[in-house]
Design a protein around this ligand. Structure first.
Ligand SMILES: *Cc1c(COP(=O)(O)O)cnc(C)c1O
Length: 430
């Protein structure tokens, strides 16, 4: 497809980044199952290695199948470029890698995927980085948490597991005023429901494992660059603004302008961290993205129906779905994700921890798995699984207390989902 920014989302999710294969005319994007690419001659090889010419060298850095996916995701998010990698967690490390340094910190929302809380509160310390967790509904607390060593602000658009909606406009006003990049994890919303760059995000990260692939087949991640951040405005981001010794003193921002982060992600981060997406995974995700809008519409429609039904059930204490008028986040739907609040929410049961365990064990159609964003409906009892490593206070702050079950609503018939939930709730409260 040639550049045609006027195409609508449904068209772009099928076509962006792809063109008939120049060698064979193959209409579907081929899986370029190759490690390396033949150089035209020694000069061509040298130019590629010097970043003077863009092309394929080795599949740890770039691969034509992965490149189509990168362009497709960047287009759907409204960014200038994207780097795909091996998982959502890899995408988060890759996003921070160009920005952070030993002694620096990221100010992060308390409402995050459990694995991200663990990654940020424990593992990144090994790099000398740290995270400060703040309630992102308390804007003064976000401002107060930013100090001279802060290099990024991080949140989820629709936050896992509760489906809370972050006021991205208010948060980006704070990160802008502090001269810091805002990184938004848009996994739960997808670009169909929310486009964080339009609300001021600098970088958008994804676990493509979830809705973008959509059927629970492969893990993957992506970092989309808005191209809007001035990495050279201060000396806070030397990886992007200062001379890079590994490329003869090249300055990424000066050389590549709005594509600085994307080129750094490929030429430094993928080259040296090696968290590469393989072409098979890119193929599955490209297949999934073709139907993203159709699936998300059904996920939202089913989630509205099921969440509304659950809310009135006598065994249920509360439902967090932001699409419900009872949600304190309902007013943000129109502002942040106008096509709907997604397919993810939590339900708190009056019977507490024991009722939750019985409930998940009694479901037939819903699967108890550590995943979300599948065509199949899924549940997980976060407190005994994904959020197990957290303290009870952290669990509650993350919206994953002991009496809470997370539900990822699939694209099945809503009445079948309700019937399954109904029988399991009866058993759980017996
Ligand atoms: C799953 C998930 C991640 C981590 O992604 P992986 O592909 O499992 O590494 C990060 N953020 C959110 C919101 C997720 O749902």
């Amino acid at each position: 497809m040639t550049d045609a920014p006027s195409y609508g989302f449904d068209t772009l999710q099928v076509h962006a980044g792809a063109r008939p294969d120049p060698a064979t005319g193959a209409r579907q994007t081929p899986i370029y199952q190759t490690t390396a690419y033949v150089f035209r001659d020694a000069d061509h090889a040298a130019a590629l290695f010097n970043l003077q010419e863009v092309g394929y060298i080795y599949s740890r850095l770039t691969n034509p199948t992965v490149a189509v996916l990168q362009e497709r995701i960047a287009t759907l998010e409204g960014g200038v470029g994207a780097v795909c990698c091996s998982s959502g967690h890899a995408a988060q490390i890759m996003a921070l890698f160009a920005i952070m340094a030993p002694g620096r910190n990221v100010v992060a929302s308390t409402r995050l995927y459990g694995g991200t809380v663990t990654q940020f509160s424990q593992t990144i310390k090994r790099f000398g980085w740290s995270a400060k967790f703040v309630d992102f509904d308390d804007l003064d607390a976000v401002k107060a948490a930013i100090d001279d060593d802060t290099r990024a602000v991080f949140c989820e658009s629709i936050a896992n597991p509760g489906g809370y909606i972050t006021d991205l406009d208010a948060i980006s006003a704070i990160s802008d005023a502090a001269g810091l990049p805002l990184i938004v994890d848009n996994t739960s919303a997808t670009p169909y429901l929310c486009r964080p760059i339009e609300h001021g995000a600098t970088l958008v990260v994804h676990s493509t494992t979830k809705y973008l692939t959509g059927n629970g087949t492969v893990t993957g991640g992506a970092i989309v660059d808005s191209g809007k951040f001035d990495w050279s405005a201060t000396d806070k981001f030397p990886a992007l603004s200062a001379p890079e010794p590994a490329y003869h003193g090249l300055k990424f921002h000066e050389t590549f302008g709005p594509l600085a982060f994307t080129f750094h992600g490929i030429a430094i981060a993928l080259r040296d961290l090696g968290m590469t997406m393989n072409p098979q995974a890119a193929h599955y995700t490209l297949m999934g993205i073709e139907t993203l809008s159709l699936r998300m519409e059904r996920h939202v429609q089913n989630a509205m129906t099921v969440a509304g039904w659950l809310e009135t059930h006598p065994a249920v204490e509360a439902v967090t779905y932001a699409g419900l008028p009872s949600s304190p986040y309902n007013h943000r739907v129109a502002q942040i994700c106008p096509k709907g609040a997604g397919g993810l929410f939590t339900v708190a049961l009056k019977g507490g921890y024991d009722a939750c365990v019985k409930f998940v064990d009694s479901l037939d159609l819903f699967s108890h798995v550590a995943n979300l964003g599948d065509t199949r409906s899924l549940v997980i009892h976060s407190a005994s699984t994904t959020h197990r490593q957290l303290s009870e206070a952290q669990q509650v702050a993350a919206g994953a207390g002991p009496n809470v079950v997370r539900i990822s609503i699939g694209i099945e018939n809503a009445e079948d989902l309700i019937a399954d939930l109904d029988q399991a709730l009866s058993k759980a409260s017996a």
